[in-house]
Design a protein around this ligand. Structure first.
Ligand code: LLP
Length: 423
């Protein structure tokens, strides 16, 4: 459930009409709903109930400071993958002690900063990374809390680009090698084993792959116990899907309950804190991309609706053939419906936000691309020297500009001409 609903024929974000937002902030523009973010986060919190847990929102899904701040105020932890994300979380008021650091290529300076701030855990993805972390922590005279990211070789049944838990993927330590790497970690002076983690992919719509990987992790935990390696927390990653079209992914409640139920049957299940790293299921349906129809271009084979947002603003349709619903903001004037390819201004044939969409539109109309709160702005670029869109957060009747539209001169910040001289 989200808080983007039609009131008297006009799509609203909470209490504010999207038409008002377009007048105020221009288009294209990302619009987020605070109540929706809150609702999705609380769904996880409530599902986990009394079981010791920490929900570490995956910052990569939407790293706007205001979004992070809303979640930090709710007590969220954060899953980060770079120093940039780390600094964002700190700036947004996040608690370093609730941060887990994922990613396959952590740099020494990133490790240093995270150690200085005292993060909860490094999710280590390989033996060389573990060695680097041990060395960096040693230099600083610290001990790094670590979890090993296990690649359980489970098929998440999702798009190949967002599947991460197969042997063929670059992520994590193969489950068969995990024992050995844990033993190496145990013998290191500057790391301390606290957890085990996995993340098998994104936009999963079934519970089975999650349960399969939990099963494999529990087998590993037993074998670790035999070697006196005790895991304090189990981090099951993110990956829960959202309804973009006709998908019916489990709700956070069903998802968390199924995992808790399995843990309850595990001898030491109650002793372990459970961590999740959800991104999409918190942010996707808490945002839309608001855009305006520039031209209608009828064609022999296709009609095109040319809009002011392009693949540089929202790349998911081009990159993953992702389907996101595109709806009219104002449905009060009855218009004829036609089928359109909804395309942007970028000079690429792959620049589309939707294909074969039935829409009742005219030039100047506003459209909302739904489910754009995750992997939307964060993946935007200034390709074709287009300024990245503004971001607005609605909170009940209030609207807050949480990132102003990029300015032209910012497009070449950091660039310079060659020195003058002989030509
Ligand atoms: N934890 C780790 C280690 C991850 O790699 C990811 C996502 C998450 C958590 C959050 O997963 P979520 O709950 O959002 O599924 N750009 C793609 C999605 C890439 C996901 C990458 N990793 C898209 O737009 O579909």
């Amino acid at each position: 459930m989200d808080h983007f609903v039609y009131q008297d024929g006009v799509l609203h974000a909470e209490d504010v009409s999207l038409a008002t937002l377009a007048d105020q902030f221009g288009t294209p523009c990302y619009v987020y709903s605070r109540a929706t973010l809150t609702r999705h986060f609380k769904a996880y919190q409530e599902a986990l109930g009394d079981h010791p847990h920490l929900i570490c929102y995956a910052v990569k899904a939407n790293s706007n400071l205001a979004v992070l701040n809303v979640l930090a105020r709710l007590g969220a932890g954060f899953d980060i993958v770079s120093k940039g994300e780390l600094e964002r979380v700190i700036k947004a008021g996040g608690d370093p002690a609730k941060i887990v650091f994922s990613g396959v290529a952590k740099q020494a300076d990133e490790m240093e900063r995270a150690l200085e701030l005292g993060i909860k855990c490094f999710n280590v993805e390989s033996l060389p990374e573990l060695e680097r972390l041990n060395a960096v922590a040693g230099r600083l005279g610290r001990v790094a809390p670590v979890s090993l990211r296990i690649n359980p070789d489970v098929d998440a049944g999702t798009h190949p680009y967002i599947s991460t838990g197969l042997k063929a993927n670059k992520f994590g330590i193969p489950v068969e090698q995990a024992l050995e790497v844990y033993e190496t970690a145990r013998d290191m002076e500057h790391v301390h084993i606290v957890g085990a983690d996995c993340h098998i992919g994104s936009q999963l719509t079934e519970l089975a792959p999650f349960l399969d990987s939990l099963e494999r992790l529990l087998v590993l935990l037993d074998r670790l116990r035999e070697r006196d390696i005790i895991i304090e927390h189990l981090d099951l990653g993110g990956g829960l899907g959202v309804p973009y079209q006709n998908e019916t992914p489990p709700e956070p409640f069903a998802y968390a309950s199924a995992l808790l139920e399995r843990l309850a049957r595990y001898e030491h299940g109650n002793e372990m804190t459970l961590l999740f790293e959800p991104g999409r299921s918190i942010a996707a349906n808490a945002g839309v991309l608001l855009t305006r129809v520039e031209f209608i271009k009828p064609g022999e084979e296709k009609n095109f609706a040319i809009i002011d947002a392009g693949m540089n603003d929202l790349i998911r349709p081009s990159l993953y053939q992702a389907w996101q619903n595109i709806v009219s903001v104002d449905t009060r004037d009855p218009r004829e419906t036609s089928s359109y390819d909804v395309v942007g201004p970028v000079c690429e044939t792959g620049d589309f936000l939707g294909k074969d969409r039935e829409l009742a539109i005219a030039p100047g109309d506003l459209l909302a691309v739904r489910s754009s709160g995750a992997y939307g702005f964060v993946m935007a670029s200034s390709y074709n020297s287009r300024c990245r869109p503004a971001e607005v957060m609605v909170d009940g009747p209030e609207m807050h500009l949480v990132r102003r539209r990029e300015r032209l001169e910012e497009l070449w910040t950091g660039e310079c001409l060659l020195p003058e001289g002989d030509d």
